[in-house]
Design a protein around this ligand. Structure first.
Ligand code: GUN
Length: 295
């Protein structure tokens, strides 16, 4: 028997993000039916990135499912940054819109920080506005970025205690790596952020009770890096050589883990559910009841 077989925990669990996200959407749908306002989300997409098109379509579909009003604004890259800023300004003024999301990444030449900063912080459905990023960092109330919020919800649904645990986050993006590291730290985990220049990544991961992989490379995390009984959250959505959607974590890691999210069906659906939840929360705070039924 090799070392990997010896280390196998009694039974690994698959963390079902698809089911949890469906339950959250059902709860939101009920809440909307009983509310005297209709949450409105605007999703802005620029260019023709195929992955962004499918993510945005999923967000718009989810709005329809739960009874939110939604607006999908698609600009061609040639329209330029000023046209995008003008759209955001109009959405900031639009009382039927409570949440605004600009799908990232933007095409080359667009200044993402300038664009995100143009969103009214009170309509920032992603929690990416610098003001909200700062508020979250110092523990003030702010919209929590959707993917990290979904990860915490998955960990909580599994009853994973975070206090004192060693968490390793692989990836330091503004969308996932930095905010999830911050949120895990706020929940009393001891957090290490690893990235492309980390010297001995395998050794860092081997120490982790909780692993969050957000690198964007298929099968990057190897089974021999996994401490038996670790919890693995796979944020990756990659296409392998045959066009199949796969995560950042090699599937064999599942055998070593206490619990692991699948791809697809793990973090992805939770990101969309948390976007709906953020929009609901923004609408609850900022809506005018007379807007019920507004498009
Ligand atoms: N691109 C990848 N994930 C996200 C996200 O959560 N929000 C936005 N706006 N763009 C993304």
């Amino acid at each position: 028997m090799n070392e990997i077989d010896n280390a196998r925990p009694p039974a690994s669990r698959r963390i079902d993000g698809k089911a949890l996200a469906a339950a959250i959407r059902a709860e939101l749908k009920r809440a909307v039916q009983n509310a005297d306002f209709c949450p409105g989300l605007a999703v802005v997409r620029v260019g023709d990135d195929a992955a962004s098109q499918s993510y945005v379509a999923a967000k718009i579909r989810a709005c329809a499912e739960v009874g939110f009003a939604s607006r999908h604004i698609a600009l061609c890259a040639e329209a330029g940054e000023q046209a995008l800023l003008d759209e955001i300004e109009a959405l900031n003024r639009d009382e039927a819109i409570h949440g605004i999301l600009v799908q990232l990444p933007l095409p080359p030449g667009f200044d993402e920080t300038r664009v995100i900063s143009a969103i009214d912080p009170a309509k920032d459905a992603d929690g990416f506005h610098p003001l909200n990023v700062g508020r979250l960092l110092i523990g003030l109330d702010a919209p929590i970025p959707c993917t990290p919020k979904g990860i915490l919800r998955l960990l909580d649904s599994e009853g994973v205690a975070l206090k004192g645990k060693r968490a390793v986050v692989i990836g330091r993006s503004n969308i996932v790596g930095k905010p999830i590291a911050q949120l895990l730290c706020a929940r009393d985990a001891t957090v290490t952020i690893c990235h492309s220049k980390t010297r001995d990544l395998a050794d860092e991961v081997r120490r982790a009770d909780i692993i969050v992989a957000a690198v964007g490379r298929a099968g990057f995390v190897r089974p021999e890096w996994i401490k038996p009984g670790a919890i693995i959250i796979d944020v990756g959505i990659n296409r392998n050589g045959t066009g199949k959607i796969v995560g950042d974590v090699a599937p064999e890691c599942f055998e070593r883990a206490e619990a692991m999210t699948p791809v697809p069906g793990g973090v992805g659906p939770m990101t969309v559910a948390m976007l709906l939840e953020n929009t609901w929360e923004l609408a609850r705070r900022n809506s005018n009841p007379l807007q019920r039924g507004a498009d």
